[in-house]
Design a protein around this ligand. Structure first.
Ligand code: SF4
Length: 311
């Protein structure tokens, strides 16, 4: 058997099954401690979520989940034949003014759930045939989620875990996720600080996302796909904004500098939702020409995976 085939087979087992139990528990303890003086994301609010204080994200101590089920609208390598097992978490630490899921992220729609219930939901998604557990906006609940993965792994969870985040992540937290997450799926929303300040109140977004994505890539590498299904690696998402407010060329050039083989989904579905209409430059959808220019920019940077290039 050749080395490539060996690597493929190795990747069929999710990484958290190789983590020693004591190591898993140690990391869970470290993560829960952070809730006392919350520093789960770069906002570093330092509120005590265990004493009912809430920070920028408005997330309480307990998990709040908006929906759970197979999702057929994700990247084809995640969806396969039976869907991506998606768990949408309520609240968000980035809170963009144009959020396409603002009822969940800004308004916090959802219901409280224990770690045991979340673990059971992961096992349910596995039972109905989903190809992965897709954690959408997980950053502010990482302690509870890692605990739930641990519980589910003891009860037979075998699916790869997808960490589907805004890209606004702390390095210390990502180091604690090493060996637990199989597939990172961060956004890179902006390639400049003006827009990230204006639309997400995060002037440091691109610097932080670049560091975070580099570490994610060092942990899991380029996307590995076996029989059409993603097993391990990095998927980057970039939503094209009107008037190139997202600074797409900065984003794709950074991505290409990490790896020309990087999977990047360049998305065209921007809609001026929630508070977007307050900002003239993002108060409309993007045009066909703007999207094509974004794709051309990615191709010029040497990228080719994750988007369609129409000649
Ligand atoms: S997760 Fe929420 S409370 Fe914690 S630092 Fe981030 S925004 Fe603040």
């Amino acid at each position: 058997m050749n080395i490539w085939k060996n690597q493929q087979l190795e990747h069929q087992q999710p990484t958290y099954l190789n983590l020693k139990e004591e190591e898993f528990q140690e990391r869970i303890e470290k993560l829960y401690l952070l809730l006392k003086e919350c520093r789960l994301c770069p906002r570093e609010c330092r509120v005590n979520r265990q004493e009912r204080e809430v920070g920028y994200c408005k997330a309480p101590e307990k998990l709040v989940v908006s929906s759970i089920g197979p999702h057929l609208g994700e990247e084809p390598e995640l969806v396969g034949n039976h869907g991506s097992g998606t768990i949408f978490f309520s609240h968000c630490s980035l809170k963009c003014c144009f959020c396409q899921n603002y009822e969940i992220s800004h308004l916090g729609y959802g219901r409280e759930m224990t770690e045991d219930e979340l673990a059971s939901s992961m096992l349910f998604l596995q039972k109905i045939g989903c190809h992965n557990i897709n954690l959408v906006t997980p950053t502010h609940y990482v302690p509870q989620i890692v605990h739930a993965i641990f519980i589910a792994s003891k009860k037979g969870l075998l699916l790869p875990i997808v960490y589907n985040s805004s890209g606004y992540e702390r390095m210390d937290i990502l180091r604690l996720l090493d060996g637990i997450i199989d597939i990172y799926m961060p956004d890179i929303k902006y390639g400049g600080s003006e827009a990230s300040l204006l639309y997400s109140n995060a002037p440091d977004y691109f610097d932080i996302a670049k560091e975070a994505v580099s570490l994610m890539h060092a942990q899991v590498g380029d996307l590995v796909v076996c029989d059409g299904i993603a097993k391990r690696g990095l998927i980057i998402r970039h939503l094209v904004l009107p008037y190139d407010e997202a600074k797409t060329s900065k984003v794709v050039n950074f991505v290409a500098s990490l790896s020309k083989n990087m999977y990047i989904n360049i998305m065209d579905q921007y809609r001026p939702l929630y508070q977007a209409s307050r900002f003239p430059k993002i108060a409309r959808k993007i045009s066909y020409g703007e999207y094509q220019e974004a794709i051309n920019t990615a191709v010029r940077a040497g990228l080719s995976r994750g988007f369609y290039y129409k000649l």
